[in-house]
Design a protein around this ligand. Structure first.
Ligand SMILES: *Cc1c(COP(=O)(O)O)cnc(C)c1O
Length: 366
């Protein structure tokens, strides 16, 4: 591909010395799992989000699963989430033995349509996982209002949204807990897997800290069955270097998104819709076009990478067929999965490349 969806090598080259020194520092330290870099990163990210605790874990999926497990969500319980997200948002619910309940999305933002949530709440409902999809926060004020009314636990799936804001509140600061992923392609990505839970709740934080190390405290004394879900020192050291740039990189993404918005103005391309009072961090720049598959093929022959997020909504995945959501049951999510396509967006993308990409899209769109 001449133009990748994301250029992680260019990013590495721009901060190579700092990264190399940070990694070598860890190699020489002799401490490789849950050491001082993890502790500092936990404090830095918690402070950035304006919450009390950060708990580094192995990945974003575990972050979600550990929040659910720590809150005691399990078999017989239901957790409401979006069908239009990466599989992990629902997978974590199934991993603890609970049942995901899918609610359709808003056709403009692709986030959970909060107005449809209340109808799905019953006495088995224990939690809601709003997903801040593509880098834009869900309408958290409405989610929290429902949660208080019905006594539900709220976990923000902020894996795509570090640095995003809604009504002046940062992603991660609104729910009872929030989860970040540091998978390499995320806005803040390591060179391997990583994740974090942030929360203001000291009991929840302690429980997750216990669960991530086999339920042991002190070491070799086990009070519960836990997991092995820890953040590595090398990843934490890398992430601490990159974290210094996150606001700058998010800002550059937003500038490039604006540029695309202008290039597609007046054309048959639906550009990302940012709601009022939101700071969108554009994890992905996702457009909607009537003939998505043709647009994808045209981009591919021009050697421009693109991505389909997501080709099959979660309620239509084979593994969830037992839940009985038929075709057409959540029509907005199903339609989005047929019409949307992500085009390249990353801080090092040039304006000239953006013009070529937009021209190529427009040459194919019906
Ligand atoms: C990436 C992602 C996850 C999972 O994170 P991993 O670190 O890959 O386990 C969960 N939810 C969403 C919305 C994601 O984008």
């Amino acid at each position: 591909m001449q133009i990748p969806l994301l250029d992680l090598k260019a990013q590495y080259n721009s901060i190579k010395n700092e990264i190399d020194n940070a990694v070598i520092g860890v190699l020489e330290s002799g401490q490789y799992v849950l050491g001082p870099n993890v502790k500092k990163l936990e404090d830095e990210i918690a402070a950035y989000c304006g919450v009390r605790f950060g708990i580094g874990v192995a990945n974003g999926t575990d972050a979600l699963m550990l929040c659910l497990a720590a809150h005691g969500v399990g078999p017989g319980d239901e957790v409401i989430t979006s069908p239009y997200t990466f599989f992990a948002s629902a997978e974590a619910v199934s991993q603890v033995g609970a049942t995901p309940v899918f609610v359709d999305i808003d056709p403009r933002t692709y986030n959970l349509d909060v107005s449809q949530v209340e109808a799905k709440i019953n006495r088995n409902t224990k939690a809601i996982i709003p997903v801040h999809i593509f880098g834009q926060m869900a309408k958290m004020d409405a989610v929290m209002e429902l949660a208080y009314k019905h006594g539900l636990f709220v976990i923000e799936d902020a894996c795509q949204a570090i640095g995003a804001e809604y009504k002046g509140q940062k992603a991660g600061s609104v729910g009872h807990a929030a989860c970040f992923s540091f998978f390499p392609t995320k806005n803040l990505g390591g060179y391997g897997d990583g994740g974090m839970v942030v929360t203001n709740d000291p009991e929840l934080a302690d429980k997750i800290k216990l669960l991530r190390v086999h339920g042991s405290k002190p070491k070799y004394y086990h009070s519960v069955i836990g997991y092995n879900s820890r953040l590595d020192e090398i990843q934490a050291a890398v992430l601490r270097v990159k974290f210094k740039y996150i606001d700058k990189w998010n800002e550059e993404r937003a500038i490039k998104a604006e540029k695309y918005n202008k290039l597609f103005k007046g054309c048959k391309v639906s550009v990302p819709f940012a709601i009022e009072d939101v700071k969108h961090v554009y994890h992905l720049y996702v457009i909607s076009v009537p003939n998505r598959d043709e647009v994808a093929a045209t981009l591919s022959s021009a050697e421009i990478a693109s991505g389909i997020y997501y080709p099959v909504p979660l309620h239509r995945q084979k593994v969830y067929s037992y839940l009985g959501y038929g075709e057409g049951s959540l029509p907005v999510a199903e339609n989005a999965s047929k019409k949307t396509i992500a085009i390249p967006l990353y801080p090092d993308l040039t304006e000239e490349q953006q013009e070529i990409i937009a021209d190529t899209v427009l040459s194919a769109v019906l």
